[in-house]
Design a protein. Structure first.
Length: 149
């Protein structure tokens, strides 16, 4: 006997369906309705994906709803997209991407994000790297001068 995480009722399930670390949430709910209700109740959960982006559970987001229509239960949206959508006051278009200026994928401050209208290449913009390199060279020259004195 298992206890449903959403409604608290006991239900029978096969031993192979009981939650194990390699099986996600299988066997934790008595029905799909309870699983979806649990997703709505726990909206806002945060995790990171394999690429290092911060993900937030937002079941009512249009991307999440479209995934559900296709049969997926994935309701996580990348946080940098949510930050940009909040700033713009609208949902992003499919051709719009959000770029991290400093290349740090979990740094989702608005001042570190910029909206691009096409898919960006991997890495950082050359002009950003050059300005950072110039600042580092100036600091190095400053340190070398203080050591020589």
């Amino acid at each position: 006997m298992q206890t449903c995480l959403q409604c608290g009722e006991e239900f029978e399930t096969h031993e192979c369906r009981v939650k194990r670390e390699d099986r996600g949430r299988a066997g934790q709910f008595c029905s799909k309705d309870c699983a979806y209700a649990f997703d709505r109740r726990t909206s806002g959960r945060v995790m990171k994906d394999a690429q290092g982006y911060v993900l937030i559970s937002v079941p009512e987001h249009p991307i999440s709803l479209a995934r559900r229509v296709r049969g997926s239960s994935n309701c996580y949206i990348r946080e940098h997209r949510l930050v940009m959508e909040k700033h713009l006051g609208r949902y992003l278009e499919p051709y719009e991407t959000v770029h991290h200026k400093n290349g740090v994928r979990d740094d989702n401050r608005l001042e570190n994000l910029e909206l691009w209208h096409k898919s960006q290449p991997a890495g950082q913009r050359v002009s950003d790297l050059l300005s950072e390199n110039t600042a580092l060279r100036a600091r190095l020259a400053e340190l070398e001068a203080s050591l020589a004195a």
